[in-house]
Structures are given as C-alpha cells and as structure tokens.
Design a protein around this ligand. Structure first.
Ligand code: NOJ
Ligand code: MG
Length: 580
C-alpha cells in the first residue's frame, strides 16, 4: 500500500517578512524523488543513419541519464502513426512506429534502462486516434461498434443550407468539425483533422483503452504520461462557445472561451479509472511494483490540481512555461516566486509538488529566459521539493532553432500561414540533440537529419560541456546530486522574494546543513542580510554551485557570511550551510 508524503503550509518563520514555508514529509515512492526527462524519440539519437532518431539510438545513450543523475525517462509517442502530428496521431496502439524500431528493440530498451536503475514511462494518448486507425476507417464506413467510438453530428439545417454543429475551434486552427460525405455527417477533432476525438461517453472505448494499458504494462513499463486530459469530453449538447474578445484571427483557438470543450467534469473520472486499472494490474501480478501516472493539461490552477484527486500522481505543473493558455510571463523574480507559491498553496496537502521546465510543445527554457538565467532556474526546480520534468537538451542549454516557413513541418504551424507560423510552430524545440561537434552534432551519420541541427552545436554540445571545467551540464549534474541528501528529501521549503529581484529558496532540517539557492533575475547586484529573509541560518555558508556567466565560478568553495551576502547581476548560487 502506498503512503504519500504530507506537505502542508505552516506559518511564516519568525525572522521572515513575507515568508512562505512548506513542510515536506519523507518521500516513499521512487517517482517522488525522480527527475523526469522527456525524450523526443525522433530527435534524440539515430542509430541507423536514416536521419531520424530511433529506439536503438536511445538504448545506446542510456548511460547519459545515469551520468547526469536523471532517474526516469519519458518517451514521447513511439506507436505506429502516419506522423501528421509527430506520432500523437496513432494508427495502431499495439504496434511501434517502424522507423523507430521493433518490439524487440523496445523491450531491450526497457530492460537495459531498468538494469541501469532507470524507470521508463511512455505516452498514452486516449483523446483521439489517427484517421488511419482501423477503428476510424471502419467508422467512416458506418460499421459498428466503431462508428460509435467517435463523435458524429449532422450539423444544423437552415432551409437547404447546412451549418456546422457548433462554432468550436480546433487547437490546430479552423473548425473542430470535419465533413464526411459517406456518413452525411461531421466528426469531431479537437486537434488536427487527422486526429479524430474518441467518444468517451461510450463504455466500449474505455474497455478498448484499458486493453492498451495492459499491453504496455505487460511490456514492463513504469508508468504513463497521459496526453491532453482536459480535452476528453465535450459538452453533450454542442453548445456554442462565447467569444473571448482577444484580438486574434477568428479561426484560431484563442478566439473563443473554451467552456464547452475543455476541463469538463466528466473527463476527470476517466483518469481515475485508468489509475484503478493500473493498480488492479499490479495486484493481479502479485507484486508491489509502483507505477507513476502523469497528466498533461494546460488549464487554470484549480482545474490542474483537481487531477490529483482523480489519481494523477504528477498533474504537470506547466506554470513556468504557460499561464494555462499562452506563454508564461516570467520577466521578474516576483513572477517566479508567485508561480512557486501558487502551486504549493493550491496542491492538496497530501500530494507531491512537480515542476515542468520544458517539453516538445513549448519554446525551450534557455530561449525563454536567456542562457544567463538558465542555471538559476535549473537550481530552483531541482532543489525545491517535488518532481522536476526536463526536456531533452535542457541540461546543456539547448536553445530554439530558427526554421523558415519552407523548413517547417509541424502541423500546428502548417495549418496557419507564412505570416503567422512562428507563433504556432513547435519545430524549433524539436531539432536534434547536440552530442558533439561532428556531423549532425553526433545525432546521426546522416548529414541532413529530418530537422536541421541548431548551428550553435559546435560549441553547445554534450562532449564540450563534459570537457569544460564549468558548464550548464556540470551545474545540472551537481544540482541533481544534492537531491540525494536528507535535507533535500525532508527539509522545509522556504521561498522568498529578496530585494525585488532575487528569488531565495532554502531547504532546512534540524541537524542537517541547509541548502540555500539564490537567483538574481535582474542585471543589478544585490547585497543582503539573509537573516532578514530566512530563520535559523548558520553564520557562514559555502558556495557549492554557481551559474556559468556571472563570474562566480571562481568563488566555488569560498565561504560566505550570511549577513552580507553579495549576489552579482544575473548570478545564481547554491550554498550549503557549514555547521561549524
Ligand atoms: C498534446 C501533445 O503534447 C501535443 O504535442 C499534441 O499535438 C497534442 N496533445 C495532440 O495530441
Ligand atoms: Mg475529446
């Protein structure tokens, strides 16, 4: 039986001005101390020279995770797919995308990873199938039970004129409704028209998808990342959505308020049912293997934390990268402190926090905040309590790659036009991993991979960063190592805004040396007395990790006095209290 950690808000420490201190009890399950790392299989490592990443490529690089201290890898979709939406358009839930490899390659990957002490989770995509899935091919022919697996509507007749069933707009631009002559009806798609929404009010769909879960559980995986949870169920009476009033084209997603197609109460119990299915599976196997369930949903905080109540262990906390709709604003230290405290204050008291820094749908964090702030934000998310989720390449400071309209492949962008595509394209964060300074950055022997390599690969690459005395990679590795301390596992979390521009975070526990993280978000130096912000600090602390750019690297190992702490412009520091 799992016991979950208790995290609760306690009153501010006596020496704190606006302190918010959170107590964390000891994590007991593997995933509560895990660092999750998303692998975009297409771009991670190509083993056969076709210019596209594959499973054997991933297997060949598993030691990278062990070296770094990452303990859990999440593979974005590897299922058979026409690849309209990079594999999220699944045409067979039981087969692997042939470009990626065979089932044997997959089982070798999982086995090798687990032998190395890594956990492997995969994407589970229940909202829709590809229009090439056998179910939809039959549905289009009117064959039951498949026809009823999807959502059909004949539209509204105005005399001889047929109108759409509703004004709903797809996340990928244009109507959610696509006409099928053969059926004399429209079908619903919340994303691309090649990704057909399943009808989650049909219990047969649940039975089918439980079989899918069992199939992958039988292959030994350690959990799932469930795709697009806010989109499962739509209003049954197809009520029109109201206009948002935003100044955006009328066929684009943010033109409407999505009160009928998103965050519907009926979506939540579905996740609960899968969680129970997974737990029952574990019982049926006669073991106590713990599997994690993460859920993906960009929504307002109340809707996101509600997934905790319905079986999600890690309802992705996207607030560093998105405000629930568009890109998150993290211009100031106040923005960051607000994001952190918002999550701690809203999550249920008996659950585990989580922090997502990047993924295949959003601009890379190093592009968003600037390379000079990248180490600082890494220190914070790795050293607060909870589960961080990183995107491949974050550890070396990979940035977005500019691609022209002609080079663009992402369906979300291709559905728009040459003027608009840059606001929608996800290709820039999907370019190949930069392993070294050789052909295609060591990603492939093929010099023209499926998406071009970022031209900064000659200097921004793993080999160079391993070689250097100081690098984003080495800082990342050092920060992860600090998670293996008792103070990280059990210490309180105190998050403070210092002098408007600095984010201060402490982990403290009686009898243990505290960890202090100071991140100056601005281009001005700050000198402070830390006693004004944190209670019970030791008088001196040792600088153990420092960001790459503010010159602090020369001070590693130096002792700092808490009463006159100097934090350079854009400086980020990890200090350990010295219990002398
Ligand atoms: C969310 C995925 O992260 C995204 O990449 C995809 O396009 C949509 N779901 C549709 O499956
Ligand atoms: Mg749906």
């Amino acid at each position: 039986m799992c016991t979950l950690p208790v995290l609760f808000l306690i009153l501010a420490g006596t020496a704190s001005i606006d302190a918010t201190t959170y107590n964390v009890t000891t994590p007991t399950e593997w995933w509560q101390t895990a660092v999750i790392y998303e692998i975009w299989p297409e771009s991670f490592k190509d083993s056969d020279g076709d210019g596209i990443g594959d499973l054997n490529g991933i297997t060949s690089k598993l030691s990278h995770f062990v070296d770094m201290g990452v303990t859990c890898i999440w593979l974005a979709p590897i299922y058979e797919s026409p690849f309209v939406d990079s594999g999220y358009d699944i045409s067979d839930f039981y087969a692997l995308h042939s470009t990626y490899g065979t089932l044997d390659d997959f089982t070798t990957l999982v086995k090798t990873a687990q032998e190395l002490g890594l956990k492997v989770i995969i994407d589970f995509v229940p909202n829709h199938t590809s229009d090439e899935h056998e179910w939809f091919v039959k549905a289009k022919q009117g064959i039951e039970p498949y026809y009823s697996y999807y959502i059909w509507n004949e539209g509204i007749m105005y005399g001889d004129y047929r109108g759409l069933p509703s004004n709903w707009i797809s996340g990928f631009t244009g109507s959610t409704w696509e006409w099928v002559d053969e059926r004399n009806a429209y079908y619903l798609h919340q994303f691309s028209k090649h990704e057909v929404d399943l009808n989650w009010r049909n219990p047969d769909v649940m039975e089918q998808m439980k079989k899918v879960l069992t199939y992958w559980l039988d292959l030994g995986i350690d959990g799932f990342r469930v795709d697009a949870v806010p989109f499962f169920v739509e209003s049954a009476n197809f009520t029109n959505e109201t206009l948002s009033g935003q100044d955006v084209p009328s066929d684009t997603y943010y033109y409407l308020n999505h009160t009928e197609t998103k965050d519907q109460p009926e979506s939540y119990p579905l996740v609960q049912e899968w969680k129970e299915h997974i737990n029952n599976y574990t019982v049926s196997q006669g073991n106590d293997k713990v599997r994690v369930m993460c859920t993906e949903g960009y929504s307002a905080i109340d809707y996101v934390v509600k997934w905790y109540d319905y079986g999600s262990d890690v309802p992705f906390n996207f607030f560093f990268i998105s405000d629930g709709q568009t890109s998150a604003v993290i211009d100031t230290a106040t923005d960051i402190v607000d994001i952190i405290t918002k999550w701690y204050n809203n999550m249920p008291s008996d659950q585990t926090a989580n922090w997502v820094l990047g993924n295949h749908d959003r601009s890379r964090i190093a592009t968003k905040v600037g390379l000079y702030r990248t180490d600082g934000i890494h220190f914070l998310i790795l050293l607060m309590s909870g589960v961080p989720t990183l995107y491949f390449g974050d550890e070396i400071g990979m940035t977005d790659t500019f691609l022209t309209w002609a080079e663009t492949t992402d369906v979300q962008a291709c559905n728009t036009n040459e003027t608009e595509y840059l606001s929608w394209t996800r290709d820039p964060e999907r370019t190949p991993y930069q392993w070294d300074n050789t052909t295609a950055a060591g990603f492939s022997t093929n010099s023209t991979p499926f998406l071009k390599v970022n031209e900064n690969y000659l200097t921004v690459n793993l080999a160079a960063e391993k070689e250097a005395d100081f690098s984003h990679y080495k800082n990342f590795q050092k920060a992860i190592a600090l998670r293996n301390t008792t103070v990280w596992r059990e210490g309180t979390v105190d998050v403070e805004l210092i002098e408007d521009d600095v984010i201060g975070m402490s982990r403290q526990l009686d009898g243990e040396d505290p960890i202090i993280v100071l991140v100056n978000w601005a281009n001005t130096t700050v000198t402070v007395d830390l006693d004004s912000y944190f209670a019970d600090l030791p008088d001196t602390m040792e600088l153990v990790i420092a960001d790459m750019y503010s010159g602090l690297n020369d001070n590693i190992g130096d002792t700092y006095n808490k009463s006159s702490m100097y934090i350079p412009a854009y400086g980020a520091m990890v200090l350990l209290g010295t219990s002398s």
